[in-house]
Design a protein around this ligand. Sequence first.
Ligand code: RUQ
Ligand code: CUA
Length: 664
Amino acid sequence: MKKLIPLLVVLTVVLAACGGSTPTPAATGGGGLPAEAAAVAAERGLTQDDIYAALKTYTPSGQLDPYIMFSSGGQGGQVLVIGVPSMRILKLIAVFTPESWQGYGYGGSGDETLAGGFMPNGDEIKWGDTHHPNLSETGGEYDGEFLFINDKANARLAVIDLRDFETKQLIKNPNAISDHGGAFVTPNTEYVIEGPQYATPIGWEYATLDEYQAKYRGLITFWKFDRAKGRVDESKSFQIELPPYWQDLCDAGKGPSEGWFFCNSINSEMATGGIESGGEPFEAGTTKNDTDYLHIFNWKKAEEVANSGGAEEINGIKVIRLETAIAEGILYFSPEPKSPHGSDVTPGGEFIVVGGKLDPHVTVYSFQKIQDAIAAGGLDTDTYGVPVIPLDKAMEAQVEIGLGPLHTVFDDKGYAYTSVFLDSVVARWTLGGPYDDKNPEEGWTLVQKLPVQYNIGHIAAAEGDTASPDGNYVVALNKWSIDRFANVGPLLPQNFQLVDITKTGDQMKVIYDMPIGMAEPHYAQIIKADKLKPFEIYPEIGWNPETMSVDPNAVTDPANARVERNGSNVEIWSTVVRSHFTPEHVEIEEGDRVVWHFTSLERTRDATHGFALGGYNINLSLEPGETQTIEFDANKSGTFVFYCTEFCSALHLEMLGYFLVEPK
Ligand code: RUQ
Ligand code: CUA
């Protein structure tokens, strides 16, 4: 009991920090802790740290989270929406993988969206390995309008509209078959960048590995975003050809470095593997050199060159050739220590932080020094002729933080937070230079290593990639959970740990463990919840979420619901409202082509209906006001049932209809 006595202090501090009022004396017991709470704490064996964590994260029913985190859903191919600090999952957004709750990929408009990401020959791809979500930005700040995410497995990009949290566009990269350094936006979302990963010939043309150095290439894509249309415009996008160095993570410059873009790379050795035939395995071959290359792009210059005839069109997209990129001053390198990972620009845009997976340091590059070195000229080049800025001419500082530094995020107090994979810690260190007077420590200094459970990959901070991060929280996206949760068999969940970073110095604390039992997320971004302005219901009855306007086939009055036959084409206009479909009997003939429109007449928030047609692999979600159209061949005769899949009213079970297909 003794250890619980100072809890009133904790309570007061926490509540004050949350902007709430301090507890009234009547609510507290003799020892400062409400008697009932003290009993619970004692019974559960909770320490003061546990109680602090509980108070920082417990979110009463109806209270809303101040932050929303958008996390990649990894090889599940989706995006997770999570409230912070409650760490409650609010939504799973279907992106690259069909998802039946949202009716995505089961007959409705999601089919077309998914088809946008199919292979150029039309072959279906129905999953993705989502890595890095990026929120759209205006002036270097998240604006809450759009979210982008890449699919590493197939080199694809997705656009999600945050008005309804739905995926609107998938694009298959016509010249790359794997990516990683995406999706990263420029400070005004002029471009969404998809950096490459494993080199292949452009357009993944066949070439043997003997021809690696001659024919294999890296390829970074600048997808032009048309904000008014809410879509990427492929015709205004461009790519830059790169040496086959396996470019990795990227970040856009901002402030003084706006117009520039930075990616690390991991295979300057140009290793080609082949362990089975006596070759060096990739893991050994790619880690021989002491340094790889930080790639430094002048994207404003690249844009000019691409738009003034300096690019070649390959498979329908403009490609700036490597020679052109070198000649025009678009591409520079600088060495980076030992298998780097993570390339993160500081909030003010002055520095780029790179973590070396096999180096105990983070290396901080100065944008100004890079510019000075470029201006001074006389640079040596790599094998392909790209100018290389010596490390000592580009480097501002190195901070030794531990084994396996990966990614770095920032707060409002001049601290940087780096995920350290092998050590399983979050390392807090201070940024020097212009950030020096923001925190109590001096210069570029390691401040705290906070153990996390276990093997942290990415790390995300509140508003962390903006020009003005918030502080308050970081989330450790841990790869292994091992013993943190009940055993659910040999495939374990990931562990997201919420870290309280409100206090300066070495006082970071883990305050929540959240199992992610649906694939392995990579990056996440955390936005202030009040920046998001999603619809509560669709703005008008008949709203088509694909066009974001009223659908010409919307039916606003059940009296106009009908079935029309034209030869073997049957078109149906249905209305949907609690608790019936109109019409309820649909009778057609085997072999008919069916086009079926649904309009939800609901104007009540959360009054969602579903449309499931058993035996035909069809399922829709019809949110208030939404119109959807499905098309299929009635290739099976029989008596089928359609019904509503959302428990929408007391008579939800009675919300059904018969679909009768008369045999030929
Ligand atoms: S990368 S941690 Cu895409 Cu670091 Cu996963
Ligand atoms: Cu509509 Cu259940």
